[in-house]
Design a protein around this ligand. Structure first.
Ligand code: S3P
Length: 449
């Protein structure tokens, strides 16, 4: 570690050391995507909604604080259920101050869409990572509703939004496969008279569509000529709901991969969301020969959940096709850790979208692997990983660059490495999985300050 790295190290840095015999049963926190959307839609419903299992993370708090500043009333009862008194579509008020979206791309992008069809002015700010992420992909289609945006360098936060006085509905064919952009347009369409239509070439996570239906809002989703058409009429009514959020499959993937690659392990994970627009990593792990059993199928929030049981497995390498990316876009870092323990060379194709996540994740994954002695390379938008079932040398110091998934993946890799891996900052993990370290320790992971 050089002097600069020492100076940058927060008191929340952590060593992750070789671990085995992981065991136990855990409950994964609520799905992040569904949590954001439930807070927004409950705020727009007329009446009181109760949300059980809302993800208690700093990203979701950004959405809660934002919706409060736009006029919604949000509290937690003594059972830690989130109670929201919705004010109805069309009733948002202007926030008194700039709204801080912290690290949350989902909150910022969805709410850019939401406010764009209200006659209010809003200023969006965020942390260092969020302020470097592209926003024009969202604002460009929203301009067609009649909104006006002033972006730093025409691309980044801070952004000043002047919402449309008289929004006009749009038909938009998606240019990037992004559920955030799609959902921003859908939220804009809610306060727009007439029919908003979105056409997707590649289907992305469909929680907004599912939740519209769950809140009693009529929406039409159909496949035509190989494309996904989503359309609905604006300015109707969302009904309040009682809803339980399923466990986040992207968070579950961390203990799951740990259970696969650490020796003599067996872990049970309760109530994990199963949705074909999110299941890419599970498909990959199944194809790699992972020992994962699915049981206790249930229906929650209009979605399906399963309990998972995972045990240590010999993993085969995998060639992941580019077309699978939308269904596993957040899960490449942890899949890369699994691939580094496979008995052969894996290739992940078509990873360009990873470059615009909380950090440049393609580079971030490459650094985690190569700094710990794993033979990895980037070829254009593809990542090649030479697996070694013995586990890597380890010993590296990883700078997480405000990226929770880079932090958690490094910690999982440390659990199979000869020498401990040190991550500079675990604080960032609070954005999606606040109990991650406690939960991993409970399973038997050797993590220390
Ligand atoms: C999300 C969509 C994805 C994902 C993000 C959550 C969502 O982003 O990476 O963590 O909740 O809609 P993109 O829409 O940029 O692919």
């Amino acid at each position: 570690m050089n002097q600069d790295q020492k100076n940058n190290m927060s008191s929340l840095s952590l060593f992750s050391s070789k671990s085995s015999n992981l065991s136990g049963e855990i409950i994964i926190p609520g799905d992040k995507s569904i949590s954001h959307r439930c807070v927004i839609l409950s705020s727009l419903a007329i009446g009181e909604s109760k949300i059980t299992g809302l993800l208690n993370s700093s990203d979701v708090y950004c959405t809660i604080n934002c919706m409060k500043s736009l006029g919604s009333s949000i509290d937690f009862n003594s059972y830690n259920e989130c109670i929201i008194n919705g004010i109805g579509i069309g009733s948002l008020k202007e926030a008194e101050r700039p709204i801080d979206f912290g690290n949350s791309g989902t909150a910022a992008r969805l709410i850019l869409g939401l406010v764009s069809t209200y006659p209010i002015e809003t200023i969006f700010i965020g942390d260092e990572s969020l302020s470097q992420r592209p926003m024009k992909r969202v604002t460009e289609p929203l301009v067609d509703f009649g909104a006006n945006f002033n972006l730093r360098n025409s691309e980044f936060l801070p952004i000043k939004v002047k919402g449309a006085e008289l929004p006009i509905p749009i038909t938009h064919e998606m240019k990037v496969a992004s559920a955030q952009v799609k959902s921003a347009i859908m939220l804009a369409g809610l306060n727009t008279p007439g029919t908003t239509t979105i056409i997707e070439k590649e289907k992305t996570r469909d929680h907004t569509e599912t939740l519209f239906k769950y809140y009693g809002y009529e929406i039409n989703v159909e496949k035509k000529d190989g494309k996904n058409f989503i359309s609905f009429e604006g300015q109707k009514v969302l009904n309040p709901v009682n809803i339980k959020i399923p466990g986040d499959p992207s968070s579950a993937a961390y203990p799951l991969v740990a259970g696969l690659i650490c020796k003599n392990s067996n872990i049970k994970i309760k109530s994990v969301l199963s949705n074909s627009t999110r299941n890419g990593i599970y498909k990959c792990l199944d194809e790699m020969g992972a020992n994962i059993r699915y049981s206790n199928k249930k229906s929650e929030a209009g979605e399906i959940t399963y309990d998972l049981e995972v045990s240590s497995s010999i993993l085969n390498p995998i060639d992941v096709p580019a077309k699978r990316a939308p269904s596993m876009i957040d899960d490449y870092p942890v899949l890369a850790i699994a691939a580094s323990m496979a008995n052969g060379t894996s290739i992940f194709r078509g990873l360009s979208e990873l470059k615009v996540k909380e950090s440049d994740r393609l580079l971030g994954i490459y650094h985690i692997l190569s700094k710990n002695g794993i033979d990895a390379s980037i070829d254009d938008d593809n990542l090649i990983i030479k697996g070694n079932t013995e586990g890597p040398k380890g010993g590296a110091f990883i700078e997480t660059k405000l990226d929770h998934r880079i932090a958690m993946s490094s910690i999982i890799l440390g659990m199979v490495s000869d020498k401990p891996i040190r991550v500079d900052d675990t604080e960032t993990i609070k954005t999606s999985f606040p109990d991650f370290i406690e939960l991993m320790k409970k399973l038997g992971a050797k993590l220390s300050a």
